[in-house]
Design a protein around this ligand. Sequence first.
Ligand code: FCB
Length: 447
Amino acid sequence: MLTSVLDRFPADFEFGVATAAYQIEGGQTDGRGPSIWDSFAATGRNVVGKEDGRIACDHYNRWPQDLDLIRSGGFDAYRFSFAWPRLLPDGKGAINAKGLAFYDRLIDGMLERGIKPNATLYHWDLPSALQDKGGWMNRDIASWFSDYAQLVANHYGDRLAQVATINEPWCVAFLSHRLGIHAPGYRDLRAAARAMHHTMLAHGTAVQTLRSCGVGNLGLVMNFEPAEAGDQSPESQQAAQLWDGLYNRWYLGGVTQGRYPEDVCQALQAYLPENYQDDMAVVSEPLDWLGVNYYTRGRWYQDRQVSAPDLGDVVAAGGPLAKTQMGWEIFPQGLRDTLLRIHRDYSKLPIYVTENGMAWDDHVVDGAVHDDLRCAYFREHLSACLEAMAAGVPLKGYYAWSLLDNYEWAEGYSKRFGIVHVDYDSQVRSPKKSYLAWQAGLSARRG
Ligand code: FCB
């Protein structure tokens, strides 16, 4: 069912699956320090059902089975993340030897199975001890992050095929410090503006560190959503334009051009760190590739109760297209357009789609999960990738989100993104139809 589209990709195109530490690992009693997601989840009304990542998919113990699933699915690569608080329980200083050994086993397990390790250093589980010092609001995070990057580089660097610094800086900064939807749950423009710059400064500093330790193939993973106006009014056009700046142009402009977009800088002027311009050479430290996470488009209008366009006070307009379990419109051409825009307006670097997938209320019936919609979602988004490549975009790989159903942050375990179903009581994994479609397509490709 995916065979005809997978067949059309070049032989050296890389296919993988992606996960993140907090969403799957569990295993939190083995010397791992607390993270901002533990306390955020423990605070009422932040997460559906107050659910947390204590057990998750128990990947900490069940990783051999999970890597076997990746191998037998026929995937070339696995995008996983290191849990900073597992390696450095206080964020800096003392190392947790058991944590270090866990990622040794995991990475060696990938290499033994012929799976390329594609590591992300930060996928949202900031050590709480660093949050106590202001976390992403504190400029010192650049050096804390760099020291952590150095530990990873020295211990694992020669075994990693590809390394990303941060996953989705928009979520780390804006979603978590302006909208308050993710940990640490701030709703404050100054907090957000600082995090918007410090994520990028930390990224660039870590790139320098990784490179000086001899680690290559370095990138940044950003999320993108085409931002459309929800109605014809000038206010909504303006809201969409500003949202585009906040979401799509800020990080991309910083990292590829050493420049943040003028409209957003103006809007945030009162809140940005002093002399942030002096850091832009570090922010735009050259990279080897760009990562694109894509799920949907956004349609926005200005909140009429707010007098002037206020950052973040835009309202989602919904849309007419079919939606996933997240309520996200299915809009494959947005992926093609995003890839074309990045290549045309920002960078000629190789691009990887580092996440793409959809949530659905999947159920196991007689041992099978018929997630036909997800199969169609993958097929349509893979076709969008092919269209972008035909138009000249140097797209080198595609990672499905996600290998397993997992902890979907503020949505707890209520949203299922996996190509493999997880029964959270028994921890039984059941490959869905989409997994079998990938398996058939990837094996046909190999011939
Ligand atoms: C992305 C995150 C990932 C997952 C998907 C659905 O924003 O990077 O961890 O939650 O959304």
